[in-house]
Design a protein around this ligand. Structure first.
Ligand code: BG6
Length: 480
């Protein structure tokens, strides 16, 4: 059965499928990484022909497919479109006729989480799930701990945990995998990775886009559930976890769960000093006026206190990280699309250079754009006038430049391959996702208890002033 499969995408006409899933599958096809016999079954509610679906997809792939004409036509041979009402159990019989008996089926559920359980039940009722089937669940898994548990329980009754792949696409990003290598293949890094050497850690996930046609969905969810509960918390776990004893899903998940359990809960008493929520108002991006959250085209209400920005000061209560704050921030309509982790080391214990020259080292891990890692070192300024003036300079690791490749593969390409090859190490385990919800639920409850309003910020700025205060109160500042 090696690598050969029927890949069934539920929600094939949705935004994620068009933007990420099908482009990734097409890239894998072009790179010869899909087994020749593997097929892609695209399922959506919309009645349309196979041809219309393929043409729409071609349009959405744009230049990607046009530059690879032959590849596109062989890709469409793998592609089978089928209109299916996901809630109608009887229609699943049709799916049965499409799948090849004896071949592994991989069900990719790119649907709202409220459908995950129901889809699996219907697949199971039609005997479409066997010991070889795999089910991929897109984030978010639920809206809170209770709904997440309900999904995990229903899906878990029908599919063995080792066949459930919970996707957090940030784990498929090249630099995230490289973070594991940086930490666990470089001895000197790991020996300097704790409270004795590190002053604080920042994780920033900034986006320039607004809500992009997803307003109704997003307004129910907000930035904490959409980005922090999964992407930022996962990054934090990978930065903070102890070395796993092997690169297996089990060892990595065990270590991540320990961090999640040590992540200090933010309660009503501590929330105002530890978490800021913001919402973008009208502003400017690259010289053009952009609307506020409540003026977005598909906004359906006059008022909303959903947050589009979150900044958090988090603590991990364990031996390694005692006293080291983790500052997290993420938001929509910020000035740059940028994801980075910045490790700031402690200042020198004793400075033999001039008083102002105690410049701490920094390690900047860039997830996007310009994937790479820069170690900010202190060196001497070349100057005859200033004999011992110091400057900060970068030792730079540029992943694209050093790879000889023309592009860095998208996270979904990596993750599709891993599902096909049965490697769950970059996927999220049940316990992890539930622990992460538990932490987020506590924060949401604290916000509610304090009736914490959203602080407005101008689109195109770095968030509300309170987010600056959150870090500046501690005598630190966000990395620019
Ligand atoms: C998704 C969120 O998980 O990640 C989106 O639902 C967000 O709101 C997206 O825009 C960001 O992903 P990336 O890979 O573009 O940083």
């Amino acid at each position: 059965m090696d690598g050969e499969c029927d890949l069934v995408v539920f929600g094939a006409a949705g935004d994620l499928s068009g933007r990420k899933l099908f482009p990734a599958l097409f890239q894998l096809h072009c790179a010869g990484l899909l087994a020749p016999q593997s097929r892609i079954v695209a399922l959506a509610r919309r009645p349309q022909t196979q041809e219309t679906f393929a043409n729409d997809l071609l349009e959405r792939l744009g230049g990607l497919a046009e530059s690879a004409d032959e590849q596109w036509s062989s890709f469409t041979e793998r592609l089978h479109y089928c209109c299916l009402d996901f809630n109608d159990g009887k229609q699943y019989a049709l799916l049965r006729t499409l799948l090849k008996p004896g071949r592994r089926a991989i069900y990719y559920l790119a649907t709202p989480p409220s459908l995950f359980g129901a889809i699996c039940e219907k697949l199971s009722a039609q005997q479409l799930i066997d010991e070889y089937s795999r089910v991929v669940l897109e984030k978010p898994i639920g809206q809170d701990l209770a709904s997440c548990r309900a999904v995990n329980e229903t899906v878990g009754r029908l599919v063995a945990e080792e066949n459930i792949y919970r996707i957090d696409h940030y784990l498929g990003k090249e630099t995230v995998q490289n973070l594991l290598v940086l930490r666990f293949a470089n001895r000197f890094i790991n020996t300097q990775w704790d409270q004795s050497c590190i002053d604080h850690i920042q994780i920033t996930v900034a986006e320039t886009v607004g809500i992009e046609g997803r307003w109704s969905y997003y307004n129910e969810v907000g930035q904490l559930r959409d980005m922090v509960q999964n992407h930022l918390v996962q990054l934090l776990c990978l930065v903070a976890m102890e070395p796993p004893n092997a690169m297996t899903a089990e060892s990595i998940r065990d270590e991540k769960v320990k961090i999640l359990r040590a992540l200090r809960r933010i309660d009503a008493a501590s929330v105002s000093a530890h978490a800021v929520r913001g919402q973008y108002a009208q502003g400017w991006y690259r010289g053009s006026a952009v609307p506020g959250y409540l003026e977005e085209e598909d906004c359906t209400v006059g008022d909303s206190d959903t947050e589009t920005f979150v900044a958090i000061k988090a603590h991990i209560d364990n031996w390694r990280w005692a006293g080291v704050p983790f500052y997290l921030r993420t938001g929509k309509r910020l000035p740059e699309k940028l994801t980075e982790i910045v490790i700031t080391y402690k200042s020198l214990p004793h400075n033999i250079f001039s008083a102002g020259d105690n410049i701490p080292n920094r390690l900047v891990i860039r997830l996007q754009p310009n994937e790479g890692i820069a170690m900010q070192m202190v060196s001497k300024l070349h100057s005859l006038k200033n004999k011992m003036a110091l400057v900060r300079q970068n030792l730079n690791l540029d992943f694209l430049g050093s790879s000889g490749m023309s592009r860095i593969p998208d996270a979904y390409e990596r993750l599709f391959l891993d599902v096909i090859n049965g490697d769950p190490s970059l996927f999220v385990g049940r316990e992890e996702v539930e622990e992460a919800w538990q932490w987020c639920d506590a924060l949401i409850a604290a916000w509610d208890a304090q009736a914490m309003p959203v602080s407005p910020y101008h689109a195109g700025s770095w968030g509300p002033a309170k987010a600056e205060l959150l870090i500046e109160r501690d005598g630190r500042s966000w990395h620019e």
